[in-house]
Ligand binder design. Structure first.
Ligand SMILES: Cc1cc2nc3c(=O)[nH]c(=O)nc-3n(C[C@H](O)[C@H](O)[C@H](O)COP(=O)(O)O)c2cc1C
Length: 183
């Protein structure tokens, strides 16, 4: 799979086969994650690989409790079916006030690296600027130190679904030349 195919073919996967993913494969993907760009080259990442059912349940419970009514279709129960949940964290002391961006760029590499290896994942936030309790509760559940912020929760597993092709806005509609709105 070349890079264009990887980017175009990646989709959110929320149903997983009952199959364990070896640490070696997870580590291969996390190695790609650490090649992401980071503010001031701080490389502030730390990745927690969660496999234990009780810990997964705790994360699901936290995400669901903070899930707004209008997003009930996006409840987190499916996380329990994933072989692992990777929690992307960043060290605030090495983030140069760019915690979220640093975390997101590493997370994007994980989503793509997983897809390129036949694994499925979906992006989930561990950090909401308007709801600090989410990150705080995840921090407590995983014993993440104060100087680190959890940013993303990414399940990994063998896909057990093939999403329908998604509708996308026409490219023309999202590009301007020279100034906003000029074709
Ligand atoms: C910031 C962000 C937050 C997301 N949160 C959730 C979530 O809480 N639950 C979920 O099932 N999917 C979540 N997603 C995945 C999106 O729903 C998904 O990327 C989108 O529907 C497009 O589908 P695709 O990933 O298959 O292209 C999130 C994606 C992003 C970028």
């Amino acid at each position: 799979m070349n890079m264009d195919e990887t980017i175009r073919g990646r989709r959110s996967i929320r149903k997983f086969r009952k199959e364990e993913i070896a640490d070696s494969l997870v580590h291969e993907i996390l190695d790609l994650a650490r090649h992401a760009p980071s503010s001031m080259n701080g490389q502030p990442w730390h990745f927690i690989v969660v496999r234990e059912k009780e810990t997964k349940k705790r994360l699901v419970e936290i995400k669901n409790r903070h899930c707004p009514i209008e997003k009930q279709a996006y409840r987190a129960d499916f996380l329990l079916g994933a072989s692992v949940i990777v929690v992307v964290c960043v060290d605030k002391r090495e983030s140069y006030d760019r915690e979220i961006e640093n975390g997101l760029l590493a997370a994007a590499n994980i989503l793509l690296g997983a897809h390129a290896r036949g694994l499925g994942s979906v992006y989930m936030s561990a950090h909401k600027a308007d709801e600090p309790a989410v990150a705080e509760e995840i921090r407590q559940a995983l014993r993440i130190p104060e100087h680190m912020d959890p940013i993303s929760l990414l399940p990994l597993g063998r896909p057990a679904e093939r999403p329908e092709p998604k509708e996308m806005k026409p490219l023309k509609e999202i590009i301007s030349h020279e100034f906003f709105g000029r074709e």
